[in-house]
Write a protein that binds this ligand. Structure first.
Ligand SMILES: NC(=O)c1ccc[n+]([C@@H]2O[C@H](COP(=O)([O-])OP(=O)(O)OC[C@H]3O[C@@H](n4cnc5c(N)ncnc54)[C@H](OP(=O)(O)O)[C@@H]3O)[C@@H](O)[C@H]2O)c1
Length: 325
């Protein structure tokens, strides 16, 4: 048994991919004060897990999302301060080749955030550069052993790969606290096809659902071409939104019946599945809406109806290219 301090994970968290990403999400520094309000509102309402990554922000904005999180945490003095969990993901960059490089990456993140509570391997290199992976995982384990992080987790791992890594960490007596995968009503693959939830339960690992709103589609606000965001997301939505029509109708009907919003139903569905959703919020209105997705429950019939609608989709959201089996 580990003697390390146990991490407190709430039923839902907040993602910060958009906080720092100019190209993909249109972030600019004028958003910082509203992002700080998002942070404060989340924490004061018990949403205390914040997920970021050392790759969130490039060029001049390198590490921006981590820097913002660190600043917001330092300046926050309200309730739940002690429950804040700062989680980051360390990228398996091709130039990170040794355990030491992973430890250095963890230290750099801690420098930007003030500390790292949960360090996660952002993706597995198993599909294209298998030997690198064990080096980086050793570094992740070192971070934990050296007391530089309170917990370690993985991201984009499938069942088979997860079991191998679990064995390796068990040999060093290091618990894996979390696994995050792309999981939403438009991306059920990791659970329905890979059986990742059962494996996580078996191994005592908490499942985190990333992109639980499928990048915004499940909010229902992207209805036709004229509403799509610019760039890559818009291209993806062109195919996905028409494909998701019947699912979105089902979500809308349940939301209306429940007097909730579609986002709230989509997030609550993840909670009903036993996962910790981390929807990204860019402003206070989105955060308020997302926070109200917790503390109530869809009933079994509603979950089954949503499952049926999700299962009927021919071509759901593409999986992350790094997702392993
Ligand atoms: N491990 C990985 O490889 C990985 C990959 C991706 C994401 N993640 C993590 O998961 C987090 C969340 O995923 P995500 O940001 O990709 O997708 P998401 O949570 O499914 O969607 C977030 C986007 O949806 C829109 N939105 C959120 N709440 C809304 C609301 N209540 N009403 C209307 N629009 C709303 C916002 O964009 P607009 O306002 O522009 O529509 C927001 O940026 C990330 O921040 C990151 O921490 C991890």
């Amino acid at each position: 048994m580990s003697t390390k301090e146990k991490l407190i994970l709430p039923t839902m968290g907040c993602g910060t991919w958009a906080w720092g990403n100019r190209l993909l999400w249109g972030y600019d520094e004028s958003m910082d004060s509203q992002l700080q309000e998002v942070f404060n509102l989340c924490v004061s309402n018990g949403v205390t897990l914040f997920d970021t990554g050392d790759s969130y922000g490039t060029g001049k904005l390198n590490g921006q999302s981590e820097k913002l999180l660190g600043k917001f945490e330092r300046e926050y003095s309200g309730v739940n301060k002690n429950n804040i969990c700062l989680a980051t993901k360390l990228a398996a960059y091709p130039w990170r080749l040794t355990p030491k490089s992973m430890v250095a990456a963890g230290k750099a993140s801690a420098q930007r955030m003030g500390r790292v509570d949960l360090a996660q391997m952002h993706w597995s290199t198993a599909n294209y550069f298998p030997w690198q992976e064990w080096q980086l995982l050793d570094g992740l384990a070192d971070l934990y052993e050296q007391g530089l992080v309170k917990g370690v987790g993985l991201s984009n791992y499938g069942t088979q790969r997860l079991k191998k890594v679990y064995q390796k960490f068990s040999d060093r007596n290091i618990p894996i606290t979390t696994l995050q995968v792309q999981y939403s009503l438009l991306s059920t693959y990791p659970v329905t096809d890979l059986g990742i939830k059962e494996t996580c339960d078996e191994l005592g690992i908490k499942l985190i659902a990333y992109s639980p709103l499928c990048l915004g589609i499940l909010t229902g606000k992207y209805t036709d071409k004229s509403t799509y965001p610019k760039g890559l997301r818009g291209l993806l939505f062109k195919r996905l939104v028409p494909e998701a029509r019947s699912l979105l109708n089902c979500l809308r009907a349940i939301a209306q019946y429940r007097n909730k919003t579609m986002s709230q139903v989509a997030i609550n569905w993840c909670i009903a599945k036993g996962a910790i959703p981390i929807p990204g919020a860019k402003n206070i209105k989105q955060a308020q809406e997302n926070i109200a997705a917790k503390n109530w429950q869809l009933d079994a019939g509603e979950v089954a109806e949503l499952d049926r609608a999700a299962g009927a989709i021919d071509k759901p959201m593409v999986q992350n290219i790094f997702q392993t089996r």
